[in-house]
Design a protein around this ligand. Structure first.
Ligand code: PHE
Length: 462
């Protein structure tokens, strides 16, 4: 099915707005609560080096491919794929690269919004001074109270999603473009202020050692695969987000140069976040943890005993909320644009329709924290399943389809023309990577993550 040629979804106006928007997508919870911890635990500098290798050899070529397909197609990801499939005379099945990506986005946004709601709640808790000089029990108490209250969690999830939709309804240039031109500089400014703080009041040297000291013995095969998977997630690949954003990019700007800038900024924020968090956690005499534990327990607790903690803690949660917000806005884009073009609906109606589905699915995640916590299928609850199906299965599958389509199906003349790389060897290097290395790397991630999940499931017959 070919999406009709819509009136045009909009455009970024300039290359820099595209770069800011794509960086806003890339910089998210993954940079702040996952990357620093992974790096610290898995060999510091050695892990960072492997990560950079994965980022530039696998992530960047795939990001180039997504943006290129989007700009060549000039529609929502499904519409763009349909046009390119037609043009290249390939089989219709390839359009699934667009469909699956948009559907994965809806699933992922449903829980991303709940986690975004958590960070929003923490902006208020820290602004109200709940963590000032707090004991470990009371910090954990704040978290438990939020997690256990269906109503509170649902309320924060609803508010966060409403903030995301409020930007999205205004469309590409007035909504996304305008807001991200404000959100992103604020995010960088906050990160700078917090870095200055942890440099002055945190245990900066220990943070540096944790994050950068080369410990090759801690680097294992599984942590290298973790680096690969994270490079993929951190660049927002596999959801059609970068394809949608590419479609709004000015025709004359260089894709390669923009993509490298995005990857560098994404890494700078990930490393910067580590240099904010760990010095503070160490200064508080705590051990680093990952995910929820690091963000919502260790950090507020460690900060609680340092100077100006009331103010700094609030800034920190504002930073996380901004990062989550800008990513969430981008995750909504492929499906909203798809609905809009597919049925010729208004922007507002499309965003509302997708938003309602996301909200309902998100309620499943809200319940997974409390009333459905023990409602498990093969030992995994609702949230666990949605996370597995979307991030572990659908994202790599979409990445694989995109790489194979861009590398093997799209006419070389089309990709050469769209990428317009100045040096011929850069195009050849990209083509080699996207044809061979990227697909192989994705198949490995897919197999390992599916295998890991299945082996952790409870055997119903045991
Ligand atoms: N890149 C985001 C992060 O690191 C997550 C994300 C994935 C956002 C896919 C959009 C699309 O948190």
């Amino acid at each position: 099915m070919i999406a009709r040629n819509g009136p045009g979804l909009g455009s970024w106006g300039s290359r820099w707005t595209f770069i800011l928007a794509a960086t806003g997508s890339a910089v998210g919870l993954g940079n702040i609560w996952k990357f620093p911890y992974m790096a610290g635990e898995n060999g510091g500098g050695a892990f960072v080096a492997v990560y950079l290798l994965c980022l530039f050899l696998v992530g960047v070529p795939l990001l180039v491919a997504e943006v290129m397909l989007g700009r060549r197609g000039r529609h929502n990801p499904v519409g763009s794929m349909a046009r390119l499939v037609d043009r290249s005379g390939s089989r219709k099945h390839w359009i699934w690269a667009g469909r699956l990506g948009a559907i994965a986005g809806v699933l992922i946004l449903s829980f991303y919004s709940v986690v975004g709601g958590f960070s929003l709640a923490y902006v208020f808790s820290s602004a109200l001074g709940r963590f000032v000089d707090a004991s470990p029990e009371s910090v954990v108490g704040v978290f438990d109270a939020l997690q256990d209250s269906t109503l509170a969690l649902a309320g924060w999830h609803t508010l966060f999603l409403a903030l995301v939709m409020a930007v999205s309804v205004r469309g590409v240039s007035q909504g996304l473009g305008k807001s991200l031109r404000i959100i992103m500089p604020m995010l960088f400014l906050l990160l700078g202020v917090l870095l200055w703080y942890s440099w002055n009041y945190g245990d900066f040297d220990r943070g540096l050692v944790f994050l950068f000291d080369f410990s090759f013995h801690q680097l294992s095969w599984s942590s290298s695969l973790g680096a690969l998977g994270h490079a993929f997630f951190s660049l927002s690949l596999g959801m059609g987000v970068m394809m949608a954003f590419g479609a709004y990019m000015p025709g004359s700007s260089s894709i390669g140069g923009s993509v490298v800038t995005i990857a560098v900024l994404d890494t700078v924020v990930a490393l910067g976040a580590g240099l904010v968090i760990f010095p503070i956690v160490f200064a508080g005499g705590l051990d680093p943890a990952a995910g929820f534990g690091l963000m919502f327990n260790a950090l507020p607790l460690a900060l609680g005993n340092l100077p100006y903690s009331h103010f700094v803690g609030t800034l920190f949660f504002v930073l996380i909320t901004l990062a989550a917000w800008s990513s969430a806005i981008s995750i909504l884009e492929p499906s909203a644009a798809w609905v809009q073009e597919r049925w010729g609906l208004s922007r507002a109606l499309s965003v509302i329709m997708v938003g309602v589905v996301v909200w309902l699915l998100g309620m499943g995640t809200v319940f997974s924290f409390n009333i459905w916590a023990d409602a498990k299928l093969l030992g995994t609850n609702f949230f666990g399943w949605i996370d597995f199906i979307s991030s572990k299965v659908m994202l790599p599958v979409v990445g694989l389809l995109v790489a194979l389509f861009a590398g093997w199906k799209l006419a070389e003349a089309d990709s050469r023309d769209e990428l317009a790389m100045r040096a011929p060897w850069v195009f050849l290097a990209w083509q080699w990577l996207i044809r061979y290395l990227v697909p192989i790397a994705i198949v490995v991630i897919l197999m390992v993550s599916v295998w890991g999940f299945i082996s952790a499931l409870q055997n119903p017959f045991a």
